[in-house]
Design a protein. Sequence first.
Length: 484
Amino acid sequence: MGVTRADEGTDVRMQKAVSAVAGVALALAMLPAGAAPPTGPERPSVGSPGIGDPYFPQYGNGGYRIGHYDVGVAFDPATERLTGDTIVTGRATQRLTRFNLDLVLRASSVWVNGMPARFRHTGRELVVTPRTALREGQRMQVRVVYAGVPEDVTDDGIKPWFTTPDGAVAVGEPEIAAWWFPSNDHPADKATFDVDLTVPRGLQALSNGRLVGVDRADGQATWRWTSGAPMATYLAFAAFGRYDMVQGSTESGRPFLNAFAKSLNPRVDRAARVSIRRTGEVTDFLARTWGRYPFQQIGGVVTSRNFGFALENQTRPVYSPAFFSSGRNTSIVVHEMAHQWFGNAVTVRRWKNIWLNEGFATYSEWLWAQDQGFETTDEQFDRFYDNFGTKDSFWNIPIGNPGPRRLFTGAVYDRGAMTVHALGEEVGHETLRRIGRHWVHRNADGVGSTAEFIALAERLSGRRLGAFFRNWLFSGEKPPRPPT
Ligand code: TRP
Ligand code: ZN
């Protein structure tokens, strides 16, 4: 698999060079013809501007699927400007006279299968009209050259990108990709990634997966990263700046790469290192619980600025320093690493399925706490159950359909974890583990929905669970206490 991946990487990079040359040649060849429009009776067949997620109608696109992203970006901290040259490779799922990618930065040229294409921007959408229509099932290779200052772009009141004194960080959920590469920006379309990040020499540039190498030339350094397992667009990250990188192999033989912003306060830095150093041990614990770790690499990145969260970026979560400001914090590492199984290996098909991510990640924290000799999962469940009375607004949110503005509300996490524990009480905790393992490993590299999860739980437990899940996921009331 390593060899195949390397070959594919080389192939795509060669195509980038070839398509650049072809693009110039074609542009020249077209000059005498002037503005001759494409010939032939082209009945329009337009790819939809959204993938069909009711929470976010504009996110993702229809009419094609992406197989691979070859992202190339350069970031200059002095100007905060990002320049990009990215190739996305996919396949049309219908005839396409026109299709969209999601990108908030401005494109200067677009090629489709080596031919210059017309394009325009509307909001987050890059609308591409290839010179000839793509046939259903046809391979498509789209190269976009683009630039902009991501820090200056707010879309729909959202600006997930943030800068630091020495760089920037692209981390966000559910949106971030459109601020640094053209994409089919929805978790339902996962793809493999090669990410090349160019920064002034002396800075570091981090992303997911394996560090292939660093090319240094002309006062610049290009950090080349590769992710061979399919990844959702929101899980791809980039961090530019001054980082101390720590690489090695864990006791159980997993390659790790951690990075700590150099400007961290020494006390926070210590606590962060002590916590993130345990990622290997945490991964081993989670693998004993939920089956083998789905990826090849592990790690963690601590940024210099707080962005209010930590995010489970595939193979390498990114943490705000605030998580370590009052000492070591292993729970957050457990949470983000549990997402590698729940969220990253098996990904939400629609954003309303978010409890499948946050519920299992939070429940995994409960399991860790129990294993460390703190509260048992029963005690943790009871603490929430007894704390929130029938009238408490905690119970108002049906976490199986929380609404786009409540995706990450506390109940999605805590009622989500309670749902998982209550399911264990209902069907037996051994069966719960089997359900969790099957859920992840049957759907690994793909997506899943709540309905599919319920069907699996019913099949593996041999029980009808409609009423159980209605109470726990879809009611705005406190569910009955599970039988003990
Ligand atoms: N999924 C993240 C977690 O639970 C939380 C999160 C939601 C987040 N939105 C975000 C993190 C935006 C970073 C940026 O760990
Ligand atoms: Zn989470």
